[in-house]
Design a protein around this ligand. Sequence first.
Ligand code: 4AD
Ligand code: MG
Length: 436
Amino acid sequence: MKSTSTKFTSIREAIKKGKGEVAIRGWVYRERGSNQKRFLVLRDSSEIIQCIIDRDSVPAKLWKDAEKLLVESSVEIFGAIREDKRAPTGYEVQVKNLKVVHFAEKYPLTKDASTEVLLDNRHLALRSRRLTAVMKIRSTVTGAIHEFFRKRGYYEFDAPILQPTQCEGGSTLFSVNYYNQKTFLSQTWQLYAEAGIFALEKIYNMGPTFRAEKSKTSRHLSEFWMAEMEAAWMELPELAQVAKDEVKFIIQQVLNQNKEELIILGRDIKKLQSSIQKPFPTITYTQALKILKEKENLNVSWGKDLRTIEEDKLMKHFDTPVVVTNYPKEIMAFYKPSDPRDPKTALCMDMLAPEGYGEIIGGSQRDIDIKEIEKALKKDKEDPRNYKFYLDLRKYGSVLHSGYGLGVERVVSWICGLDNIKDAIPFPRTMLRTTP
Ligand code: 4AD
Ligand code: MG
């Protein structure tokens, strides 16, 4: 069997074929057997399949190689495929020829490896069926985001990752030594997007975002991917509708393309399906407090932000995502304007996911009143002069505009039903982890 001339198929294609001869290649996922018969489960990116080697029906050299094979060795297999209900994926291959591409050393990851060992060996752990399934779903999610915005006429627009100021609070900024001066890693694409809309009107982006989160939670990463949009002429109600449409589109795409991965993850698919069949409600922050008081006997004093525990209690009463608008202006970022109909509140929104996955989207209308922005910046001990370009945008043909950011890993966590956001990104970065 020469790799150059053999036409290999993926394991999934081989299973689809169902009978006859197949050539497949991949990595040994499991191996067991006796001195007469060996069972290899072969893995490639598409599927796994059981392969059987009978000592009596293969050349002696092949048998010898098969006996030495350890998990994660790479191999090429030629054989006959047939249905077998007892095999892990319903089919098995009777091996006629086997070429070892590389004999793996003893694999350091075992079934009972601890979470920390798995994270220390993330470069290897990625090969697990579980993480492979998550990464396939992540790829669907990011693909769906591009598709959603492009279909609606949004342009992709890029902002610098190195930025001179904060946008979402100075306490979570990562500073970078930039030719002996200080600059920061992007907390959001937003401020630059607000410049971009005056040229392109409707723009979106997806990129790495950095926050020095000091708390260790199952929802926070120090480096995560945010998918953001910004649109000229858009006000809060329309913004909320775009966010709802986007999330529904993402979930629908995953349901269309990743049923098998959701099954591997043990995800309750019905819950995801039903979550997008109904309209997503919009409530105000004040109404949220009322629900917490009446249904949870929980008193949050007006003006305090909703903490994770309160968001979770609120979401017990919904089985779809919910948009919460009009948070108290006082506790909001400097760019969120107050609502003329209720000036104590801001024209802003968060979308909360059901099943305890918390905030997946944050966004707002943008303040266009230079005086108000300067006042809010000063309150945050920021020098408005450092925001000159941002304030300029309010001087030359200013228009109402709005935007939001969606946390890609938060959405992937919810869709996949993950316990921890770390598994929603290939190589997580948290306060305590910067390797591998
Ligand atoms: O609510 P945030 O902070 O909003 C903004 O940054 C706006 N400037 C976005 C905009 O209007 N263009 O962040 C947006 C979303 C959150 O709702 C959450 O889903 C996610 O980003 N997020 C995080 N995800 C993982 N780890 C973290 N540390 C996150 N911080 C925010
Ligand atoms: Mg937020």
